[in-house]
Ligand binder design. Structure first.
Ligand code: LLP
Length: 480
């Protein structure tokens, strides 16, 4: 374990008592059947055994809150569904790279899907094993390749022939053997959002299916490469198993042929398992999964039942790269209502979180369920929930029927654990929110709220601007 890691991490996670729904104080504990640990206890919204309003009192808003039991539960669900296969779950940490989240999965034996030297460094900083990291991405620099090689990563997921040549060159220079897998683009449409689909020839990812065998034949001639496997990823937020089945059915025979020639260790089937956004809160309860809406969502069981029979005959280690499935419903963004503004037909609920904290609605028009921290009674009001940033794209919901809220009320944006905090920015010189990890009754600050002055800590004025003077004086001096 890396030195200086907070003491809170010295204990590994222990699963909740199977079948128990309440703890000794009568509070709910994470249920193995439920998909997350956010639920109302009486009128108060809880994350595991912690009332979110208590966290707000202590840490302010905007605030990201993660449930460790939920993260662990998602890992275990997938892990046990895939038990018939030799497998490694590599958490796609682009979805949430907080050290405490990484540590949760590292403690459970998981690996990591990384996309930059920075992400590999985060794994190391969190006490994780770089030997369980795959390194993906279309634009790896020589420095990043060298760093990853020195750390002994499990495999590079290679996106082009130019990259194969570059990895070989760096490996020769460092006198190392580079483990590589080429990413195949199977040209299967995942029918997901245009900005997050990756498996067709319309986008920049991977090498086309028809060219793969020739690419491997050429790669086999490059020095210092070990052709360790094949990788694919068809897209994100897939709630239907069919595209996965089509892609695996299409690619598995190719893997078998390549394995016979090059002696593979693994086949990575990527990430992409979708989560519940619309009825996120309800989906925390096991019974929701038996409703019509619940039955439509892809579960780890259906995923495994469909894919295991296709994968098992390969006799290879199967890697997965799930991000959203692991972290999405394990996190919420908590925000406070600053103002209510009524204009014409609209009821604007202006909150203190903004697109810089959670960009998904602005970027993908995506839906995040919004619920009050303290339950409200009475009629719902059609509302636009917006942030303070000076852009009309800065919204979280439009014309959404919501309980009537007022200044000072607090709200939770659910399913914000994936692609939430990690996509945050300092736009409008807004500081990055604090992040809290909850485990049972405990809550730890796992990222401090950014201090405003730290936003420009790496900035300075140019040396010729040093003379302290305003407008005219500075110009006059300059002319002399
Ligand atoms: N593997 C590869 C090669 C990927 O490109 C991705 C995601 C994953 C795994 C993980 O996919 P997941 O299991 O999380 O679906 N920012 C967007 C999502 C971008 C996904 C990028 N690649 C969003 O907020 O919806």
């Amino acid at each position: 374990m890396g030195g200086g890691f907070p003491a809170a991490f010295s204990h590994s996670w222990s699963p909740p008592i199977p079948g128990a729904t309440v703890d000794l104080r009568g509070f709910p504990v994470a249920q193995t059947a439920a998909m997350h640990s956010f639920r109302y206890v009486g009128r108060e919204l809880f994350c595991e055994d912690v009332a979110l309003s208590d966290l707000v009192r202590k840490h302010g808003t905007p605030l990201y809150v993660y449930s460790q039991a939920t993260l662990a539960d998602h890992y275990s669900k997938l892990d046990s569904a895939l038990a018939p296969l030799d497998h490694l779950i590599c958490f796609a940490m682009k979805s949430n790279s907080n050290l405490a989240v990484i540590r949760t999965f590292a403690d459970l034996g998981g690996g990591f899907d990384t996309v930059s030297a920075g992400e590999i460094q985060r794994v190391i900083a969190a006490g994780g094993d770089p030997g369980k990291c795959v390194f993906a991405g279309v634009g790896k620099t020589e420095e990043e390749i060298a760093f990853a090689l020195k750390q002994g990563i499990y495999s590079f997921n290679v996106e082009s022939e130019a990259e194969l040549a570059r990895i070989s060159k760096v490996a020769v220079r460092l006198k190392k053997i580079a483990p590589v897998a080429v990413r195949v683009n199977p040209n299967v449409d995942a029918h997901t959002h245009a900005k997050i689909t990756t498996g067709t020839y319309e986008n920049k990812f991977g090498i086309q299916f028809e060219s793969i065998e020739a690419v491997y034949a050429r790669a086999a001639k490059l020095p210092n490469l070990r052709l360790r496997g094949l990788q694919m990823h068809i897209g994100s937020q897939l709630t239907d198993v069919e595209p996965f089945r089509k892609a695996v059915e299409k690619v598995a025979p190719l893997v078998a042929r390549l394995n016979a020639r090059h002696g593979f260790d693994f086949f990575s089937i990527g990430g992409g398992i979708g989560i519940v956004y619309k009825e996120a809160l309800a989906s925390g309860d096991a019974s929701w999964w038996k409703t019509a809406a619940g039955r439509k969502i892809l579960t780890p069981d259906l995923y495994a039942k469909t894919l295991v029979p296709l994968l098992k005959p390969l006799g290879l280690k199967i890697l997965l790269e799930p991000g959203r499935f692991m972290s999405g419903n394990a996190g919420a963004l908590v925000t406070r209502v600053e103002y209510i503004k009524k204009t014409g037909q609209k009821n604007f609920v202006i909150v203190d979180a903004a697109m810089n904290d959670l960009i998904r609605p602005a970027f993908y028009d995506s839906f995040h369920e919004i619920v009050p921290l303290t339950k409200k009674s009475g009629a719902l009001v059609s509302s636009d929930v917006v942030g303070p940033v000076c852009e009309s794209g800065d919204y979280f919901a439009k014309d959404r029927p919501l309980p009537k809220v007022g200044e000072g009320d607090t709200l939770a944006l659910l399913s914000a654990g994936a692609y939430g905090s990690v996509m945050g920015s300092n736009y409008n010189s807004r500081s990055l929110p604090a992040e809290i990890l909850v485990r049972g009754k405990k809550a730890a600050v796992v990222r401090r709220r950014q201090v405003i002055a730290d936003i420009w800590a790496n900035e300075s004025i140019a040396d010729w601007q040093q003379t302290p003077a305003s407008g005219k004086k500075a110009k006059a001096k300059g002319r002399k």
